[in-house]
Design a protein around this ligand. Structure first.
Ligand code: ADP
Length: 446
């Protein structure tokens, strides 16, 4: 096991990594920006090192400062968390060159699965279903038109190196497709440094279902079943749950098994998520592979009892996965509400500021993953998520009841948060019935 790990992140995930390390008996070094100097979790780390001013490019995205901190503190590994540098293969390679283990996949495996065109090739080899569309990058307009005619409109143009919902264009006919191809290529090159684009069928109505997988360095990989993350706003997940409601277990099982096969074929060690859209007939189409731990990992932890964060550290240290697929048992249902410092009544405007009153829920089946405390000032510089409230119960209806109860106990004042939105959604009959589509929330909020 590692002796000392540097945490190249902030907020709730930095705290989550500290917790995992403490249980593993590993020392932690937390880097922080000037904007996070008073973050309470820094006191829980064995050491905290300031790496620069608030703007991410000067701190959490500044590779040389992070590596320098790692050298000063003499760490043997770096955990990137999610966001920031977590999916940068160049960063993973630099860590390796500097003799600090990157806790995540090798740069080679990350590059293979982080590129959407490459990932599709592995998906096909592992019999993971993908969208009908171009086999690889589309070279010219003629080719694009032929593919679109074959799969039928609407189609979507995407960037091979795309992310964050950027660079996608939906085309309903040949004219818009022809209009968009050149621009999409140029935009992809400018935004991602890679001008490769591809075309796939655009699904009008779908749910977002994703499979959690994890592999070790000895060629083993398992899946930890699925999560449903269809409740979204502007491609940002708002509520996640596991298992996915009203999904035929016989349909999801081969998808989950083949997702594990996919990362095995890519010689991938670490935690990953294979994301899918699912249509009304419960056909699955792979969107992409996220090569890191995800925000919504706790719902999977609650239903499987597997500590994904600890396991990600153990496999990076070279340990063999401590269980086989048949050992993974699912118990009950879990739901996660993302609590953001945003005002749902003012178009989700970010609301940084100081928390004067904080009351956290507790009791059976309630989990809070949050770095905030009374007197904590939510800085304006970063993502507005200030925590996650997770409930676990024997079935979905009891899990919703428990979430209502927990939301009723939760007080974060005087800043605005998304708590009122979650209370409303827990009372919503469509959510209660299970299986809303990815555009549901935006229609509701109109
Ligand atoms: P990114 O990496 O930029 O997040 P994704 O490929 O994960 O891109 O897609 C982001 C979102 O765009 C999806 O969650 C979905 O809402 C929408 N989307 C992507 N591809 C399709 C498609 N083929 N059909 C319908 N919606 C899609």
């Amino acid at each position: 096991m590692f002796r000392r790990i540097l945490i190249a992140n902030r907020g709730e995930i930095a705290l989550r990594i500290i917790r995992a390390c403490q249980e593993l008996g590993v020392e932690t070094v937390c880097v922080y920006s000037e904007a996070d100097a008073d973050a309470p979790y820094l006191r829980l780390a064995d050491r905290a090192i300031c790496i620069g001013p608030g703007p991410s490019k000067d701190s959490y995205l500044n590779i040389s400062r992070i590596i320098a901190a790692g050298e000063i503190a003499d760490v043997d590994a770096i955990h990137p968390g999610y966001g920031f540098l977590a999916e940068r293969a160049d960063f993973a390679a630099i860590c390796r060159d500097c003799k600090m283990e990157f806790i995540g996949p090798s740069p080679e495996a990350m590059a293979k699965l982080g590129d959407k065109v490459e990932a599709k090739k592995f998906a096909k080899a592992a019999k993971v279903p993908v969208f009908p569309g171009s086999a690889g990058a589309v070279e010219d307009e003629q080719e694009a038109v032929e593919i679109a005619a074959e799969i039928g409109y609407p189609v979507i143009i995407k960037a091979a190196a795309g992310g964050g919902g950027r660079g996608m264009r939906i085309c309903h006919n040949e004219a818009t497709l022809l209009n968009n191809i050149k621009n999409a290529k140029q935009e992809a090159l400018a935004a991602f440094g890679n001008g490769d684009i591809f075309i796939e069928k655009f699904l009008e109505r779908a749910r977002h279902v994703e499979i959690q997988v994890i592999g070790d360095k000895h060629g083993h990989a398992v899946h930890l079943w699925e999560r449903d993350c269809s409740m979204q706003r502007r491609h940002q997940k708002v509520i996640e749950e596991a298992p996915a409601p009203r999904v035929d277990r016989k349909k999801i099982q081969p998808i989950a098994e083949n997702a594990a096969k996919l990362i095995k074929l890519a010689e991938y060690a670490g935690a990953a998520t294979v994301e899918f859209l699912m249509d009304d007939d419960q056909n699955f189409y792979m969107l992409e592979v996220n090569t890191r731990v995800q925000v919504e990992h706790p719902v999977t932890e609650m239903i499987t009892g597997v500590d994904i964060l600890k396991l990600s550290i153990q496999v990076a240290a070279g340990e063999v996965l401590p269980f086989k697929q048949k050992d993974i048992k699912v118990t009950g249902h879990a739901i996660e509400c993302r609590i953001n410092a945003e005002d749902p009544n003012r178009n989700f405007m970010p609301c940084p500021g100081t928390i004067e009153t904080l009351m956290l829920p507790g009791g059976p089946g309630v989990r809070i993953d949050s770095h905030v405390a009374t007197g904590y000032r939510v800085p304006p510089n970063y993502d507005s998520m200030i925590g996650k409230l997770i409930t676990h119960a024997e079935d979905r209806p009891s899990c919703i009841t428990r979430m209502k109860r927990a939301l009723g106990e939760l007080v974060i004042e005087p800043i605005h948060t998304t708590i009122p939105l979650h209370k409303r959604l827990m009372e919503n009959a469509d959510f209660g019935a299970g299986g809303v589509d990815i555009h549901y929330l935006e229609r509701l909020l109109k």
